[in-house]
Design a protein around this ligand. Structure first.
Ligand code: FAD
Length: 575
């Protein structure tokens, strides 16, 4: 029986679990682990970022794209604190993550030592597994437990590792840990399935709402929707579950969604929810029957009154339903939805054809589409960029990721970093507002350093435009939303990348063609019209009242009246 350092044993364990990349920043309290990683650098790549938040957000995006565990690492104290945002992103979007944070030497715990932060307390709310490693002997077993828990519970596992623990010598028997784990997928219940079939057969106006939990079942979703001639709406992270150009597609649901999706929901008599925990009940049908398919029993009936719940995998359930329902080839309800959708697309196309300067964000979406490969990865940031991308990009086979539940600004660039690093042969395009990009911009230089030729498109309006419209629709005056200007194209060049500053519509085409052919990371910094309004697909009465209150308050308080959205847009989204 030989001896091995605990850190080497744990790195060996990572290899057994298929962990082959870690994002982070080394430093004192975690350096004993970093040293072990250095020795295995041909098997596990360690990528140094400029800010720990980018490490955790990239790890989260990696997990969203691959289904594999994302791993990040930082020193204790400040480094650990910086990781929090990406950790919450993983927690809330239910993806597995392993976090390694350093900790002061065990013999000094509790002495108010330099950078002593109680990381176990710090991560209590975010983690599904959260332990301080107390001995070299237990380190591999604890690490093994952390990884299997992160996978099983689709959440964040954290190991706080006192500086001295990884260097301890242990028996090499520790390497014989079992890295197999069985993920239990609930078997489908026959009675639920036949109840669902009966409901589907009886429905006149069924609508499918597909969430991110249906994205692995694209083929099955398409077959089912076609079999029963039902319209399909998607949630924000569900975008791509059915290609935007499919004849049954009626767009996204919700504020950032389409008017046809809103209308279809309002006249549906059966809602079929597939892999979704969609939260905004006001956009769902009133009093319709409901079939819900979800792998997690806790989700059945959580948001909507469910008539029949099917607990199980979406692909399996849809396959069963497709082969047991009565086929419908001609459904007047679908025809009506398709007529609404044709009108909606004509509006969207008209917006994308806007050739004016200042540039319409919708025209930028057209430019992105013109260079996007069929298997590109779109990493969409939070803000008005979310609205423009969701509404105007036609996703076919591309991946589309976003910080859906945490809604953190600054997720666009880390997502593109993870995408380009993990899939070097695919295009990675980050679509960001200037406010969001500036939160993580230092890590553009990481992409340059590692030669990841991703493309960042910045919709630069020098303001927090999503907040601007939130304030307006709530009847508040705009306050605290404006920024100074940064020339992000110059910044790109300063980092060693390529930069295009686009101020006029006529410059768009050349910038995007240049970016497509670049072999270094690129920023396209587009000055967009700050008054382009991300109106809801369907303006509801409360929002209309809010806008009216904002306009009258502006006059009464002698506030500089921000430009209101064009009347034709307001009318088309309201009526
Ligand atoms: P989740 O909530 O993650 O649910 C996925 C479900 O799938 C889970 O219940 C899970 O158990 C289940 N599942 C997983 N695997 C399987 C499987 N194999 N088989 C079956 N089930 C499975 N969202 C909108 O839709 N509309 C909006 O207008 C909107 N506006 C937003 C605006 C901003 C600026 C931001 C940041 C976010 C916005 N969101 C919007 C996102 C919103 O907050 C929610 O995150 C989103 O609606 C949830 O989508 P989901 O139900 O697909 O994902």
């Amino acid at each position: 029986m030989g001896k091995i350092k605990a850190s080497d044993a744990v790195v060996g364990l990572f290899e057994k679990w298929g962990i082959d990349r870690i994002y982070g920043i080394p430093g004192d309290s975690i350096d004993t682990m970093v040293e072990a990683l250095r020795k295995q650098e041909s098997k596990i790549k360690f990528y140094t970022v400029r800010h720990e938040e980018v490490a955790s957000m990239a790890a989260s995006a990696y997990a969203k794209l691959t289904g594999k565990i994302g791993v990040c690492l930082a020193i204790g104290g400040p480094g650990a604190i910086h990781l929090l945002n990406g950790m919450y992103d993983a927690k809330m979007d239910h993806v597995p993550m392993l976090v390694l944070v350093g900790h002061i030497p065990s013999k000094l715990t509790g002495t108010d030592y330099f950078q002593e932060v109680n990381t176990v307390d710090l991560f209590k709310d975010v983690a599904v597994y959260n332990k301080e490693v107390t001995s070299a002997e237990s380190f591999p077993a604890v690490a093994n437990q952390a990884i299997r828990t992160a996978y099983q519970k689709r959440g964040v596992a954290v190991l706080s590792i006192p500086d001295d623990v990884p260097t301890g010598e242990i028996s090499d028997q520790a390497l014989q840990l079992n890295t197999v784990f069985e993920k239990k997928i609930p078997g489908l219940v026959e009675d639920d399935l036949s109840d669902a079939v009966a409901l589907i057969n009886a429905a006149k106006n069924p609508v499918i709402l597909a969430g991110v939990g249906s994205k692995h079942a694209k083929k099955e979703l398409k077959a089912f929707a076609e079999r029963i001639s039902a319209p399909v709406a998607v949630t924000l992270p569900g975008k791509g579950a059915l290609p935007d150009e499919h004849p049954n597609f009626i767009g996204n649901i919700g504020k950032i969604g389409t008017k046809p999706a809103y209308e279809a929901m309002k006249s549906a008599d059966l809602l079929i929810m597939v892999g979704t925990d969609y939260p905004y009940a006001a956009y769902l049908p009133e009093g319709a029957k409901c079939v819900q398919i979800d792998i997690d029993p806790v989700k059945i009936g959580k948001r909507y009154s469910v008539t029949t719940g099917i607990v199980g995998d979406a692909a399996e359930a849809l396959t069963y339903l497709t082969s047991h329902v009565t086929p419908v080839s001609d459904r007047p309800f679908l025809k009506t939805c398709q007529e609404h959708m044709a009108k909606w697309w004509s509006w969207m196309d008209e917006d994308k054809e806007n050739k004016k300067t200042p540039i319409a964000p919708q025209a930028v979406m057209k430019a992105i589409q013109s260079i996007a490969d069929d298997n590109a990865i779109f990493s969409v940031d939070v803000g008005t960029a979310t609205v423009w991308s969701t509404r105007y990009l036609h996703v076919t086979n591309q991946d589309f990721i976003v910080s859906a539940w945490l809604g953190t600004m600054g997720c666009g660039l880390p997502g593109a970093i993870a995408a380009k690093e993990a899939f070097p042969d695919r295009q990675a395009i980050a679509i960001c507002g200037d406010g969001a990009f500036a939160m993580v911009m230092q890590d553009f230089s990481t992409a340059v350093h590692y030669k990841w030729p991703l493309i960042v498109v910045i919709l630069n309006n020098k303001q927090l435009s999503f907040i601007k419209y939130e304030q307006q629709s709530a009847g508040q005056l705009n306050y605290g939303i404006n920024f100074g200007d940064i020339d992000y194209a110059k910044f790109a060049e300063a980092c060693g990348g390529k930069g295009y500053r686009v101020e006029k519509y006529d410059q768009l085409h050349d910038a995007f063609e240049g970016a497509k052919n670049s072999d270094v990371p690129v920023i396209i910094d587009v000055s967009v019209n700050a008054d382009a309004a991300p109106l809801p697909g369907k303006i509801v009465m409360d929002e209309a009242k809010g806008y009216a209150k904002f306009a009258s308050k502006s006059v009464l308080e002698n506030h500089k009246l921000e430009k209101m959205p064009p009347m034709k847009d307001v009318v088309r989204h309201f009526l």
